[in-house]
Design a protein around this ligand. Structure first.
Ligand SMILES: *Cc1c(COP(=O)(O)O)cnc(C)c1O
Length: 382
């Protein structure tokens, strides 16, 4: 064991840590509570609630997140890539697993072998999937209504309907589309996409339909159809947080790293790359995480010397100095000595330092901050 780790392993306080890795603590109780909030909203219109687990469950880990949702009665999962679906299938032999971004010319065999349902988005993909399966190929059809990412176009829809030979060979499980602007409650795109999706749905009266992501669930019952597909809400971010100035969901993730060193510096001294000059005599703390762990450099603005407020033992402390690969420096000047012991875990985002604040400062979203948390961080579940 290295020397520094030894002195960081003091047992005097429960806030102390037992290793030098940054930690992403996932509150599974809060996750389940968020699932129930979204499921209850969906149930008002008779809609079922699935869970979106792409990107390692938004950085929080497939296995434990999926287990918690499954135990709560969530039986349908969405992932982005076929490899994610294969991983999930190993854990849940009976789950319904949709793959949002299948690439049929390469993925057809794995999709079949692992009983994954592709969300097909072009005619070529449909043809390849039918060829791989013979008849009754289990599939979702993903239609374009305005986001213009993956999706069958209006012309594709016309072709499918004018000669129904393709549709006849599919075991159609779901028709779906995706909203571009559901996080903006007043955006006219929402209503436009809703109307476009309703027109498509009229052509498939006997097939379950799905439009809403998390934000869509909160837009109202007319967006729910038969199945809703929340992702980010499960993980604790309310997409209308900024517009509503608050959250209807519970924070799930706490990202924290240990305080390794504290130093007293004079006003003329500097910290970090680029030598950010101190404006006053300061107490600076060094934390063992950095941009390699997903802490964005944009969380400190060198020109204004403004930094995201992290928290340490309940006190707020701004990042001061540029974020390095494995270290960040924070301003502890006004924090009482007993609240800044070496080894204290410093929260970058979580209950005390909302991820929404960090996202706003970095000019990004909670989605990006969650999924940026690196593999180096230890995932803990409570
Ligand atoms: C990511 C994704 C979702 C989940 O969206 P959230 O905003 O995280 O709730 C749902 N549907 C599709 C097609 C997606 O790509």
């Amino acid at each position: 064991m290295i020397q520094s780790q030894k002195h960081l392993q003091t047992k005097s306080s429960p806030a102390q840590f037992s290793g030098t890795s940054p930690q992403l603590t996932v509150d599974l109780g809060a996750l389940v509570s968020n699932f129930n909030t979204l499921r209850n909203a969906a149930q008002q219109s008779g809609s079922t609630c699935a869970g979106v687990l792409k990107a390692n469950s938004y950085g929080m880990g497939y296995e434990r997140v999926a287990e918690a949702l499954w135990a709560e009665g969530c039986k349908t999962f969405f992932v982005a890539l076929v490899g994610e679906g294969v991983k999930l299938r190993g854990l849940f032999p009976k789950a319904t697993i949709y793959v949002l971004s299948p690439y049929l010319s390469l993925d057809a065999d794995l999709l079949r072998e692992y009983h994954l349902i592709p969300c097909l988005y072009d005619l070529d993909g449909i043809d390849l999937w039918i060829a791989a399966n013979g008849t009754a190929a289990p599939a979702a059809l993903h239609f374009e209504t305005g986001i213009n990412r993956l999706g069958l176009s209006t012309q594709d829809l016309e072709q499918l309907l004018s000669n129904r030979s393709r549709l006849n060979k599919l075991d159609l499980k779901l028709i779906m589309s995706h909203l571009s602007s559901a996080d903006e409650q007043q955006s006219e795109h929402n209503q436009q996409q809703l109307e476009a999706f309703k027109r498509i749905r009229n052509e498939f009266p006997n097939t379950p339909a799905s439009l809403a992501n998390t934000a869509g669930v909160f837009l109202g019952t007319e967006y729910h159809f038969d199945l809703v597909r929340p992702g980010i809400g499960l993980y604790g971010h309310d997409p209308h947080y900024y517009e509503n100035q608050g959250s209807r969901l519970k924070p799930v993730a706490t990202f924290a790293a240990p305080l390794a060193q504290v130093k007293n510096l004079k006003a003329e001294e500097a910290v970090g790359y680029g030598a950010t000059k101190l404006d006053r005599d300061s107490t600076i703390g060094v934390i063992l995480c950095g941009y390699a762990d997903g802490v964005m450099r944009a969380l400190f603005k060198p020109d204004s010397k403004e930094g995201h407020q992290v928290s340490i033992n309940g006190y707020k402390a701004p990042i001061l100095g540029r974020v390095s690969m494995d270290m960040i420096t924070i301003d502890l000047t006004t924090i009482p000595k007993e609240a800044r012991a070496i080894g204290s875990m410093v929260e970058i985002f979580g209950n005390h330092s909302p991820v929404e604040n960090a996202a706003a400062m970095a000019g990004t979203s909670a989605y990006e901050l969650f999924t940026r948390v690196s593999g180096r961080a230890v995932r803990k579940y409570v």
